[in-house]
Design a protein around this ligand. Structure first.
Ligand code: ZN
Length: 279
């Protein structure tokens, strides 16, 4: 918030403070009024606002601080990567680092799947287990920004998850797709192999879905992204998550949507098992 805007707010409401809590967050702490007990150590001069607002660093959070992170409730998104088992308290209180570290789920030897924790995903509001192996696999595009690097792809992932969870027209429990793919040739874990998604109305309980990040109406994704999704489907078969006799569909095959874009649709039409059975 700009200082000028903040000063204007100060005139009308109370509690608008100049400065920032970032120095405290950088130490792995949180700011609170020091009339409250801190179950670790207090530090002055690290928090915005009143001098009584001080930085509390919880002793048991040290493993997270050693990682260069801070502990927070994982219903919030993380600017870097999440780590479990580094913070005191509930299992939902997890360590969020400042920068993201690339972690593979290790699910597939033929393609890299960047884990939810790696891209700093928010905890889902709820989950529902899907019956596998699924008979159908659906292809989508996001119609949003394309990405060609780890950092630009994870920023897209956060934008899409926030949109699916917070936008008034969605308010879904989580990012809708099972997986997403960037033109960096990596798969990004969405709801993953075992959860019912919110991607293909009427078919979410019988199919998994991969969505290409970008808009592929007039041009197809690069070969790195296309090959990653082909490898993902093969990996799904080998893990028993996708039926060997699966049918591949574009979103438009089962809805009035233009998804996954004409140029991409023309590519997947040539892939194995395309519309191997009627939708
Ligand atoms: Zn779609």
């Amino acid at each position: 918030m700009s200082k000028i805007f903040c000063l204007i707010l100060l005139l009308t409401i109370t509690g608008c403070s100049l400065g920032s809590d970032q120095p405290c967050l950088d130490l792995g702490g949180h700011c609170q009024y020091d009339s409250n007990r801190c179950s670790g150590s207090y530090y002055s001069g690290k928090c915005a606002g009143s001098a009584n607002r001080r930085c509390c660093i919880v002793a048991g959070d040290q493993p997270c601080i050693d990682l260069g992170g801070h502990c927070q409730d994982d219903s919030n998104r993380c600017g870097g990567s999440y780590y479990s088992g580094k913070c005191t308290g509930s299992a939902n209180r997890r360590c969020c680092t400042r920068t993201a570290v690339e972690h593979d789920t290790g699910d597939c030897s033929n393609v890299k799947i960047i884990s939810r924790d790696s891209w700093g995903a928010r905890r889902p509001g709820s989950t529902s287990t899907i019956y596998t192996p699924v008979p159908d696999f659906f292809i989508h595009h996001t119609t949003g920004g394309a990405c060609t690097s780890f950092s630009s792809c994870i920023s897209q992932m956060k934008i899409i998850q926030d949109y699916h969870m917070d936008d008034a027209n969605h308010r879904w429990a989580d990012i809708g797709y099972s997986f997403l793919v960037g033109e960096d040739g990596k798969i990004y874990e969405g709801r993953g192999w075992d959860q019912v998604g919110a991607h293909t109305l009427g078919y979410n309980s019988r199919g998994l879905a991969a969505s290409f990040m970008g808009n592929f109406e007039t041009h197809a994704p690069n070969s790195a992204a296309l090959n990653a999704v082909k490898a993902l489907i093969q990996c799904g078969i080998s893990k028993g998550k996708v039926s060997q006799s699966y049918a591949l569909f574009g979103h438009r095959d089962v809805s009035s949507s233009a998804c996954p874009g004409t140029a991409l649709y023309n590519v997947i039409k040539t892939w194995a098992r395309f519309k191997a059975h009627s939708p």
